[in-house]
Design a protein around this ligand. Structure first.
Ligand SMILES: [Zn+2]
Ligand SMILES: [Zn+2]
Length: 71
């Protein structure tokens, strides 16, 4: 295990960072916010590499609950 460990579970290797608080996130702890239409939010969706046209942000679970993603 390297030094780049997930800051949430502190077990798995981090692959992303929370775009809000900057905590390191592994593939299990990362949450993705998708905004497919203005004013519409879809929270807690599992990562999907297929929808590249959708605006996405990687966040931690804590920020997913606490932050409103409104432009
Ligand atoms: Zn983790
Ligand atoms: Zn966060």
């Amino acid at each position: 295990m390297g030094e780049n460990v997930c800051g949430v579970c502190q077990k798995k290797e981090a692959e992303w960072k929370c775009s809000v608080c900057g905590v390191a996130l592994c593939s299990e702890c990362v949450r993705e916010v998708q905004m497919e239409n203005p004013g519409q939010k879809v929270l807690g969706v599992q990562t999907s590499p297929l929808k590249s046209a959708v605006r996405k942000q990687k966040v931690c679970e804590k920020c997913l609950k606490e932050v409103d993603f409104i432009d």
